[in-house]
Design a protein around this ligand. Structure first.
Ligand code: TMP
Ligand code: ASP
Length: 232
């Protein structure tokens, strides 16, 4: 059905379902830098399935149905909203660059930012006014997305804190599911070391995709460490 940079979507067996296949392909800087990291797809499949199941358990509806095998999971088909929603607890990455904030500084409270999902434009940051003006989502949907993102942040922060990992920031995507004329928003895509910044709480060692972006080495070893600590 669709091939992205890190995943492929196939039609699922039942209507309204898809199979999400996790590739080993790894990209950064809008695919300006690419590599194949053997085993990455399998480890992200496990971590994302585990995290999505935890979120379901606290009532954050999401597309994950079940893991099928090493690299594939069955998911609910959604109409993806073309916005990357970033939530930050600690300054890092593009926020540090944009506002000249030292990496590692805790923010006064969690900060939610929106970026347009468009590699050709390098995923530009957008305001909620852009989202409503261009009808990427309604203002009610944006309100729901903000509430959901902060709940996800609370739960993920606890899940990782319990295994000695600090959740610095993460990116999520949402989609619509339709029931006749009405739609509701659910969490989609993946939550993994590809889409989060995760630092060891004791040493601040990076355990996420910044190891690839910044040529720090041990990328797959760090992802595997996250999976092992979560017990998946
Ligand atoms: P940023 O600091 O580069 O804006 O990244 C914020 C968070 O979003 C970080 O956890 C990494 C994640 N992210 C993605 O998942 N995909 C992307 O394309 C980018 C740029 C960041
Ligand atoms: N989504 C970005 C890319 O593909 C990767 C990143 O920096 O996370 O190239």
């Amino acid at each position: 059905m669709y091939e992205g940079k890190a995943k492929i979507l196939y039609e699922g067996s039942d209507p309204g379902t898809l199979i999400q296949y996790f590739k080993d392909d790894t990209t950064a800087f809008d695919a300006g830098k690419t590599a194949v990291l053997s085993g990455k797809g399998a480890v992200n499949n496990r971590i994302s399935g585990f995290v999505m199941a935890r979120l379901s358990a606290i009532g954050v509806q999401n597309h994950f149905i079940k893991r099928l095998n090493q690299r594939e999971q069955l998911i609910r088909k959604v109409e993806i909203i073309p916005i990357e929603v970033v939530c930050r607890n600690i300054a890092a990455g593009s926020l540090s660059q944009r506002l000249n904030l030292p990496e590692g500084e805790w923010l006064p409270h969690p900060l939610v930012e929106f970026f347009l999902k468009d590699d050709k434009l390098h995923d530009p940051m957008v305001a909620t006014e852009h989202i409503t003006t261009f009808e990427w989502a309604s203002s009610q949907e944006i309100d729901q997305i903000k509430v959901l993102t902060l709940r996800i942040n609370d739960e993920l922060g606890k899940v990782f804190e319990a295994v000695g990992i600090t959740l610095v920031d993460f990116k999520v995507e949402f989609g619509r599911v339709w029931d006749g004329e009405t739609s509701r928003i659910i969490l989609a895509d993946e939550i993994s070391p590809d889409s989060c910044r995760l630092w060891d709480s004791a040493t601040n060692k990076k355990l996420d995709k910044d190891r690839f972006r910044r040529n720090l080495g041990d990328v797959i070893e760090s992802y595997t460490e996250v999976a092992q600590r979560l017990g998946v």
